[in-house]
Design a protein around this ligand. Structure first.
Ligand code: BEZ
Length: 228
């Protein structure tokens, strides 16, 4: 019994290959990850359709969809609701809800029907002590090789920070492209961290190196300058 519970509620981790799934969505069927080869994916769950926090999150995600597309990122939503509930809710959002500067918002990214919780369980989106019938607010950042790179896990009561969701993608793409790391509170344009040296010789070389593009606070903490 214990093993069963563990299997149902276990969660893939950073570095794991994202679980494969077939699903019916508001934009047609999805075969994941095959259909998303070469793209970054933000796969996120929300507790339920027609709920207030989720509505504000969907409007925000939808209004940022083009921005994400330009970054080669596709969005996929999920809740333990039927396709008909999803359709009705998305129509209501478009027709009736005006919030902040957003109105007439069309949600064009796929939202997975997951009545049987098959996808939610594969990704560990159910936290039983929060709810056994609704997903938490999980966000999986999946790279173009279908590897999980970051996971966010928020409770039902807390709306997600979309500036941070965007920053995670920016940071991961920067790290991949330039083999660097990003310091605390990094924003695009800020200086980045170069990996720590792996030998005494390299540590010495780094401290003695006086090039114009980088600077070190100590042998293990060196930055590459960015032009803002
Ligand atoms: C909401 O989206 O507002 C919500 C959903 C489930 C539990 C609490 C809040």
């Amino acid at each position: 019994m214990e093993t069963e519970v563990k299997d149902v509620f276990s969660m893939p981790r950073i570095g794991d290959e994202a679980p494969h799934f077939f699903a019916r969505t508001t934009q047609g069927d999805i075969n994941f990850p095959k259909d998303y080869k070469g793209k970054w994916v933000i796969l996120f769950s929300h507790p339920a359709d027609f709920t207030p926090v989720c509505t504000t999150e969907f409007m925000t995600f939808a209004s940022m969809q083009e921005e994400f597309k330009k970054m080669n990122v596709e969005l996929i939503g999920l809740s333990i609701d039927s396709i008909y509930a999803h359709i009705a809710w998305l129509r209501t959002i478009k027709e009736k809800i005006k919030w902040k500067d957003m109105e007439n918002v069309e949600v064009n990214f796929p939202v997975i029907e997951d009545i049987k919780m098959e996808v939610a369980n594969k990704f560990g989106m159910i936290s039983p002590k929060e709810s056994t019938t609704q997903a938490v607010r999980a966000v999986f950042f999946i790279d173009p090789e279908a590897k999980i790179r970051t996971i966010m896990y928020y409770p039902q009561s807390l709306g997600r920070n979309f500036a941070e969701i965007k920053r995670v993608i920016q940071g991961l793409q920067k790290a991949d492209k330039e083999a660097v790391a990003t310091p605390a509170n990094w924003q695009p344009g800020d200086d980045v961290i170069v990996p720590a040296p792996g030998s005494c010789g390299l540590a010495k070389e780094r401290i003695e190196n006086k090039d114009a593009e980088s600077y070190c606070l100590d042998w293990f903490l060196c930055f590459k300058k960015e032009s803002k």
